[in-house]
Design a binder for this molecule. Structure first.
Ligand SMILES: C[S@@+](CC[C@H](N)C(=O)[O-])C[C@H]1O[C@@H](n2cnc3c(N)ncnc32)[C@H](O)[C@@H]1O
Length: 261
């Protein structure tokens, strides 16, 4: 094998100048940290955007871990084939059950980690799902390519299919990064101010109210005066009304679900 099937990202690097106590606390955080595993034909695109900003800092601080597994290394024969033509004919190629099965058995040693195949056919990903994944010790994601994955693997391992939305991408890697991003930001310590999580879209069944910041006037447009009034009760009321207005106008599905609760 050219390189090991699993590749870890963002482990804490041990600098010679670090004091022993710093290293101890860093390592213990890393060991128990939430673990994202991704089976993919393109391990090099990770951590990708997850390596930037808050998720990137949390990764290098050991608040969560990321392991990619190269599906190609479980491929068949000299050319490490991972796909074959669809049974029954038709366009494209399908990821083979035997190859993916080996990769899953290699990776999924923890039965308490949800096992997810990213697929446009799956249940739409939402905030409640991100909360469920964040509450588990980790998550294993299978990134598809070509026409998808042999159904027998999905059935055999009882894999949950999750979709990023009603559109078709070339592969599951972007979807995997989106799911991991939305989940990791819910882990304790990743977002400095946890109050911002409580107020944002979907946390209370509503879209978030509009946001403004300086300058006070831009292109003749002013910040709504209530937001600069200093009256916190009025600000809260305005935000709630705006959140409700936006949700009613843009997401009648959310609005209906909220009124049925
Ligand atoms: C070209 S797509 C396959 C589409 C499949 N033939 C279909 O019609 O449902 C290749 C891979 O990209 C990923 N993918 C594409 N769109 C996606 C979406 N909306 N959500 C999650 N994953 C997606 C999946 O892993 C999928 O197996």
């Amino acid at each position: 094998m050219a390189h090991p099937p699993n590749k870890s990202h963002g482990r804490i690097s041990i600098a010679a100048s670090a004091a022993p106590r710093d290293l101890m606390s860093g390592v213990s955080r890393l060991q128990g940290a939430w673990l994202a595993r991704v089976i993919t034909l393109f391990p090099d695109v990770f951590p990708g955007v997850l390596g930037a900003s808050l998720t990137g800092k949390a990764l290098s601080d050991g608040l969560w871990r990321l392991e990619t597994t190269d599906l190609r290394l479980f491929g068949d024969g000299k050319h490490r084939n991972v796909d074959d033509t669809p049974a029954g004919g038709g366009a494209g190629m399908v990821l083979r059950a035997d190859v993916m099965g080996k990769a899953i058995r290699h990776v999924q040693q923890n039965a308490d980690h949800p096992l997810v195949f990213l697929s446009p056919r799956g249940k739409p990903f939402d905030q409640a799902m991100a909360q469920r994944f964040a509450a588990a010790p980790g998550l294993t994601l299978i990134s598809g390519r070509f026409e998808g994955l042999d159904q027998r693997v999905i059935d055999h391992f009882e894999i949950e299919e999750v979709s990023l939305g009603d559109f078709v991408m070339t592969g599951g890697e972007i979807a995997a990064q989106a799911v991991i991003d939305a989940t990791v930001r819910l882990l304790p310590g990743v977002i400095g101010n946890s109050a911002s999580l409580e107020e944002e879209s979907f946390s209370n069944g509503l879209l978030e109210h509009p946001q403004y910041t300086r300058p006070a006037v831009w292109e003749d447009r002013e910040i709504p005066s209530v937001l600069t009034s200093g009256n916190h009760q009025e600000v809260s009321r305005w935000r709630q009304e705006e959140a409700e207005r936006l949700t009613r106008d843009r997401r009648p599905d959310l609005w209906k679900a909220r009124s049925e609760d």
